[in-house]
Each structure stands twice: as structure tokens, then as C-alpha cells.
Design a protein around this ligand. Structure first.
Ligand SMILES: Cc1ncc(COP(=O)(O)O)c(C=O)c1O
Length: 395
């Protein structure tokens, strides 16, 4: 359904400007064709190469483990760091449901704390207040591609002996204190290559980490709990079909077809970010004087991945946010909202008895937020059209 929404009009050759589109070039197509011709459709040499390339891209001696989604990666990471029944994991309500649902996969409970209204990221001061004897981990989400305050989060985690699994679904490439997200002293960092993300493999994700034991557990659980080491260790007496299942694992491996896309997309990640950041600056300038609030910026010298450009309508704007999006759609422009905070969603609201005002900052941002189209396939003309349409609606 989402894919249909995203690409609506594009395939029909109407002038509908979709909210998001992947930027797939001839290099990606050639790499996929190469895999198809090789016969390696599932996990094989391309997945391995993508992992190596990704680890080299992040740097700092990390290991990279390719998976079929960020959701899978977050689940694997939490399982590997030992999250278990009854544990509490602190995270933000201003995220996609995947961030919190993986906690429930392990029969643990997400504990939501509000965002900082200046960054839309989890407020470290509120994390500390939410810690109980059951708290085991924190999942910071680098919303829209802007880094969380990792110094403060890691300090709190160390003080209380908590694990940290970073949700970096939006954050390739993002820096904090001039260092790439993925190189910090957390237990794991998880990226998404879903079709709308800054690099896309259709579906896909990557777990990045340095701890060898956690990495090994993620690898084993990624493929049915099969201890791959036996492949390397089996004696000449054991036949080649032999393997050992050491845990009830999952089916989270990345195919070589997806990895082919990833290998070529990763080479463009820097150029994509540069273009996205130019486009964000163009929007900022163009909205000068309009009754809107611009998205939070990265501190001087740091990189914002600009996965999303979230504009907020000022209080003086009489048209509602929902009506604004309808008007944009009527003019042929796809917009979205990131996010409907989790505490407003029926499952989370009812399971944890949450009220809209429990997280006033998340609620206030959400009520006026509109994500505008921002992707490298957009032309200057497309962007000018978005700006003109917004001016027309607001003036
Ligand atoms: C913040 C956040 N975390 C996790 C995910 C899950 O990513 P995936 O679709 O790769 O499982 C998303 C996807 O949109 C997301 O926005």
C-alpha cells in the first residue's frame, strides 16, 4: 500500500510528485544483473561484500551484519545484548512502531520518554528519570538523520549499566561531534535500507557493532540459530551437509540481489547526502517569511543525513495540518507525517494506558508537522513547485 502511495502517478506519467522515490542508476541495475546471472539469489558473495564495504564506510574497526530490514536488525541486537521477559527498554514515542515492537518481540516493555522540542530526539534528562531496577537498555532514534545527544545518553547508560542500541534507520551518513554515527561506544547501531531511506535496497538493514560476542550471536540468530562455525570446523569425517542448530533463531538474512543494490548505493551515499543537504537549504531559504517553523539543524561542523525534511505550520496558520496535506495532494504533491507518535497508536496507547498529553513535546510537534518531498531524483523545478504550492496555500 505504501509503495503504491509513494510511486502514485510516477508510473502513470501524470505530473504527481511522489513523496519519495529511490535513486537507482545503471550501476545498481548492472550489479543486480550480475547476481542474477551468477545464480546467487540468496545470501552469498554480494552480501559479504556489502558488509565489508559498509564496515569500511563507517570505519573505526566495526563489524557489519547485513539483514533483511532494520526491524530485523533491531530485534537481533536486542536479543543479542540479552533483553528478556519483563525488562524495560527506554525509547522515544516519536518514531516508527518498529523501534518499540522489537522490544515486545522479546516480551520486554518499551518505556517512552518525551522528545526535546528543539531536536525532536529523545530528551536525555527525561531518560534518567524513567530508569527503574528493570531498565536494561536505551534505544535512541536519530530522527530524520539528526544525531541524538550521544555523549549524555552514553554517560547515563554507563552510570546505570544499561545497553544502548541505536536506531539509525534515518542516519546514514550522520555525524555527532564530527564522528560518524556507528562509531560510538554503544552496543549496536542499526540502519535501514527501506525504499524511502537515504540509500535503498528495497528492504534491508545493517547491524554495526564492535563486540565480537554480540556480533556472533547476531550472526547465528540471523539464520535459524545455525552455528555457522561448524561449516568451518567440521572434520573430514563429517559430511558437508552437516550443521548444528544451537538456538531457535530467525530468518533475517539479506539476499544477494538486495546486497547488489546496497553495494552501488553505498558508493553514492556521500553524494546523496550532499544533494539532500543542498535541497534542505533551498527549502529553508524559500520558506523565509512564511508562518512556518524550519526543521532542526545539525550543529556547525556536523552532518545531518536529511532523510526527512519536517516543516511545521505556525500557530497563526488557519488551515489544519491534515487539510494542508490534502491541499498539497490536490495540487499533485505527495507529503507525509513523521511520525504519528506511538502513544497515540491504539496498540501502544491501550497496552500501556497512555494519554495524548503524556508526551506533550511529541504531541505538539506531530500536530503541526508535514514531511515534504526531499530526494535526489527531484529536479530543481520539482522543488520550486513544492515551494510555490506551499506559498499559494499559506499566503
Ligand atoms: C525510526 C525507524 N526505525 C526503524 C524502522 C524500520 O526499518 P525497516 O523498514 O528497514 O525495518 C523505520 C522505518 O521506517 C524507522 O523509520
Amino acid at each position: 500500500m505504501l509503495q503504491k502511495f509513494i510511486t502514485r502517478g510516477y508510473n502513470n506519467m501524470t505530473d504527481f510528485l511522489p513523496f519519495a522515490l529511490p535513486d537507482i542508476g545503471e550501476e545498481e541495475i548492472a550489479e543486480v544483473m550480475d547476481s542474477l546471472r551468477s545464480g546467487w539469489l540468496t545470501t552469498g558473495p554480494k552480501a559479504k561484500r556489502f558488509e565489508q564495504d559498509f564496515a569500511a564506510f563507517i570505519g573505526g574497526g566495526v563489524e557489519a551484519i547485513a539483514v533483511n530490514s532494520a526491524t530485523a536488525g533491531l530485534h537481533l541486537a536486542l536479543e543479542a545484548v540479552g533483553i528478556n521477559t519483563g525488562d524495560e527498554v527506554i525509547t522515544t514515542p516519536y518514531t516508527f512502531t518498529a523501534t518499540a515492537e522489537v522490544v515486545r518481540y522479546l516480551n520486554a516493555h518499551p518505556v517512552f520518554v518525551d522528545i526535546d522540542p528543539n531536536t525532536f530526539n529523545i530528551d536525555p534528562a527525561k531518560i534518567e528519570k524513567a530508569i527503574t531496577p528493570r531498565t536494561k537498555a536505551i534505544i535512541p532514534v536519530h530522527f530524520a538523520g539528526l544525531a541524538c545527544d550521544m555523549d549524555r545518553i552514553l554517560k547515563i547508560a554507563r552510570k546505570h549499566g544499561l545497553k544502548v542500541v541505536e536506531d539509525a534507520a534515518h542516519a546514514l551518513p550522520t555525524t555527532y561531534n564530527r564522528k560518524l554515527i556507528g562509531t560510538f561506544d554503544s552496543d549496536a547501531t542499526v540502519y535501514s535500507f527501506y525504499v524511502t531511506k537515504t540509500i535503498a535496497t528495497g528492504e534491508g538493514g545493517m547491524v554495526v557493532l564492535t563486540n565480537k560476542q554480540i556480533a556472533e550471536r547476531c550472526r547465528v540468530m540471523r539464520l535459524h540459530g545455525i552455528n555457522r562455525d561448524v561449516f568451518n570446523r567440521y572434520s573430514s569425517k563429517k559430511p558437508s551437509w552437516h550443521y548444528e542448530v544451537v538456538a531457535p533463531g530467525f530468518k533475517y538474512n539479506m539476499t544477494d540481489i538486495a546486497a547488489s543494490l546496497g553495494i552501488q548505493q553505498l558508493k553514492k551515499a556521500g553524494a546523496f547526502q550532499k544533494r539532500r543537504s543542498e535541497m534542505a537549504a533551498y527549502y529553508d531559504k524559500a520558506f523565509d517569511g512564511l508562518p512556518v517553523m524550519l526543521p532542526p539543524k545539525a550543529p556547525e561542523g556536523d552532518v545531518h543525513a536529511w532523510h526527512l525534511y519536517v516543516l511545521r505550520l505556525g500557530d497563526e496558520v488557519s488551515v489544519s495540518r491534515d487539510r494542508f496535506i490534502e491541499l498539497m495532494a490536490e495540487k499533485g504533491i505527495g507529503c507525509s507525517v513523521h511520525f504519528i507518535p506511538l502513544h497515540l497508536q491504539p496498540y501502544w496507547r491501550d497496552t500501556y494506558n497512555l494519554k495524548p498529553r503524556d508526551f506533550p513535546n511529541a504531541l505538539a510537534v506531530y500536530e503541526r508537522a508535514v514531511s515534504l518531498p526531499l530526494y535526489t531524483k527531484m529536479s530543481g523545478k520539482d522543488q520550486a513547485r513544492v515551494v510555490d504550492t506551499i506559498r499559494e496555500i499559506l499566503e
